[in-house]
Design a protein around this ligand. Structure first.
Ligand code: IFM
Length: 450
C-alpha cells in the first residue's frame, strides 16, 4: 500500500451552486432568474421538475455547514444568486439577498471552512434576459456592476473569488443548443454570448482590482476536457484539434493569450455570422487573474464529422470503458493530461480542481446507508492522477468534489445524484453516503492510501 500525500496547505472542499440547492425562489425579495423561468416552462426538464425547493438550503444552510465540518472540509465553493442581490439585474440592490450570503460566510468561518465564492453559476436575472441576456453586451456591464457591489459589501473574508462557472456551458448549451436556460437555439447568438461572458469576467476582475480586499485571489472556472481522436487517421486528428479549439481553447486563449485561437476564428467566420471581437475587449478579458478553476469529469473522443468545418465531430464512447449515470466515460488519466497541459501551455498559474465527481444510481438502504463504491473508486482514481500531476510540478492548490448534496441537475431534474450526501427530497433528510466517510478519511490523512 502506498501513501499519496498532498501539500500541507492543500484545500479539500466540495462545491455547489445556488439554483441547484437553495430553493426559496422568491424569498426576501429575490427576483426571477432564467432558471426559474426555464424550469417552469413545460418540456424543458425531466419529469417537469424545478428548483423551487431543491435541497431547501436557503433555510437549512446551518445544518449543511455543520455536515461539512463533520466531513472535515477546509473549503466550500458556493455560488451567489445574482437575482437575490439585484432582482432586476441592475438598479436597486436588495440588501436582504446579500445578508443570506453574509450569514453563510459567517457560519463557514465559525467552522474554519474557507469560502470560495462563485459570482455566476447560470442563474441570470430574467429581467436581463428580457433584453437579450448574454447576447446583449450590456449584460457584461451589469455583471461587472453586480460583482463590484458584492466585492464592496460582502464585508467578511472570502478566501477565493470565482467570476464565472463554465461560460462554455452558459453560452453553448444555453444559447446554442437550447437545452439549458434561456433555451435559445442559435449558434450565432451563442458566439456572441460567449464573448460577452468573457467580457463580463474581465470587467468583474477589473472592478475587483480597484477595490481593496487585501490579498484575496480571483479567478475563473472553466469546464475542460482532453480531446482524443478516435483513430490515428489524419481526419480524426484534425477533428480532435478542432473540437479542442471549440471546447477548450476558445476560452483559454483569450483569457491567457489575449486573443481567440486563429484556426477557430477562421472556421467560425466561414460558418457563422461572427464578428471578430472589438479590439479593446481583448485586454479586458486577458486581465491577469490569480488562478484557474478546472472542472473536469471525463474526456471527449471524436471521430471526424462530415466536413473540415465541423468543429464538434462525432463523439464516440470507447468500448470497454466504465460510464457514469450521465453517460460520461470514467477516464481518470484525463485529469492528469489536462492539468499538465494547462501548466505547460497556459501556466505558470495556480490551479484548483473546482469540480470533479460522478452521478451513479445511489440507493438509500433501510438503515440509512448508501453503498456508493463506484463513486469512491471514481474519486480515488481522479485524485491519484491529480497527485501524479503534482509530482510533475503542477501547482495544484485544491480539490472540490462535485457535489456536497444530491441536487437539481439542470435539465435532468433530480434524476442524477452526484452528492457525497444523499438527499431524500420529500423529507429533506440528509444521509452520508459511504463516499462521504471515505472523503473524510482522505482529508484527515491529507491524501490517499492506494
Ligand atoms: O451540476 C453541474 C454543475 O452545475 C456544473 N458542472 C457540471 C455539474 C454536473 O453536470
Amino acid at each position: 500500500m502506498s501513501r499519496l500525500l498532498f501539500p500541507d496547505d492543500f484545500l479539500w472542499g466540495a462545491a455547489t451552486a445556488s439554483y441547484q440547492i437553495e430553493g426559496s425562489p422568491s424569498a426576501d425579495g429575490k427576483g426571477e432568474s432564467i432558471w426559474d423561468r426555464f424550469s417552469h416552462t413545460r418540456g424543458n426538464i425531466w419529469n417537469e421538475e424545478n428548483g423551487d425547493l431543491a435541497c431547501d438550503h436557503y433555510r437549512l444552510y446551518r445544518e449543511d455547514v455543520r455536515r461539512m465540518a463533520d466531513l472535515g472540509l477546509n473549503a466550500y465553493r458556493f455560488s451567489i444568486s445574482w437575482p437575490r442581490i439585484f432582482p432586476q439585474g441592475g438598479g436597486k440592490p436588495n440588501p436582504e439577498g446579500l445578508d443570506f450570503y453574509r450569514r453563510l460566510v459567517e457560519e463557514l468561518h465559525s467552522c474554519k471552512i474557507r469560502p470560495a465564492v462563485t459570482l455566476y453559476h447560470w442563474d441570470l436575472p430574467q429581467a436581463l434576459q428580457d433584453r437579450g441576456g448574454w447576447a446583449n453586451r450590456d449584460t457584461a456591464q451589469y455583471f461587472g456592476e453586480y460583482a463590484a457591489f458584492v466585492f464592496e459589501n460582502l464585508d467578511l473574508p472570502v478566501e477565493r473569488w470565482i467570476t464565472l462557472n463554465e461560460p462554455w456551458v452558459s453560452a453553448f448549451l444555453g444559447y446554442g443548443l437550447g437545452v439549458h436556460a434561456p433555451g435559445i437555439n442559435d449558434f450565432n447568438i451563442a458566439l456572441q454570448a460567449a464573448h460577452n461572458l468573457l467580457l463580463g469576467h474581465g470587467l468583474a476582475v477589473s472592478s475587483f482590482r480597484d477595490i481593496e480586499r487585501g490579498n484575496e485571489p480571483i479567478g475563473i472556472t472553466l469546464n475542460l476536457a482532453p480531446v482524443h481522436p478516435a483513430s490515428d487517421s489524419k481526419a480524426d486528428l484534425a477533428q480532435a484539434e478542432r473540437a479542442d479549439g471549440f471546447m477548450n481553447r476558445w476560452f483559454l486563449d483569450p483569457l491567457f493569450r489575449g486573443s481567440y485561437p486563429q484556426d477557430m476564428v477562421e472556421l467560425f467566420l466561414r460558418s457563422f455570422d461572427f464578428a471578430p471581437a472589438q479590439e479593446e475587449d481583448a485586454g479586458v478579458i486577458a486581465a491577469p487573474i490569480d488562478f484557474l478553476g478546472v472542472n473536469n469529469y471525463t474526456r471527449t473522443v471524436v471521430r471526424a464529422g462530415g466536413s473540415e468545418d465541423d468543429f464538434m465531430g462525432n463523439p464516440i464512447n470507447p468500448p470497454g470503458s466504465e460510464y457514469t449515470e450521465m453517460g460520461w466515460e470514467v477516464y481518470p488519466r484525463g485529469i492528469y493530461e489536462l492539468l499538465t497541459r494547462l501548466h505547460r501551455d497556459y501556466g505558470p498559474l495556480p490551479l484548483y480542481i473546482t469540480e470533479n465527481g460522478a452521478a451513479f444510481n445511489d440507493e438509500l438502504n433501510r438503515d440509512g446507508t448508501v453503498d456508493d463504491r463506484q463513486r469512491i473508486s471514481y474519486l480515488e482514481g481522479y485524485l491519484a492522477e491529480a497527485w501524479n500531476a503534482l509530482q510533475e510540478g503542477v501547482p495544484l492548490k485544491g480539490y472540490f468534489v462535485w457535489t456536497l448534496l444530491d441536487n437539481f441537475e439542470w435539465s435532468f431534474g433530480y434524476s442524477k445524484r452526484f452528492g457525497l450526501i444523499y438527499v431524500d427530497y420529500p423529507t429533506q433528510k440528509r444521509y452520508f453516503k459511504n463516499s462521504a466517510y471515505w472523503y473524510r478519511d482522505v482529508i484527515s490523512r491529507n491524501g490517499l492510501e492506494v
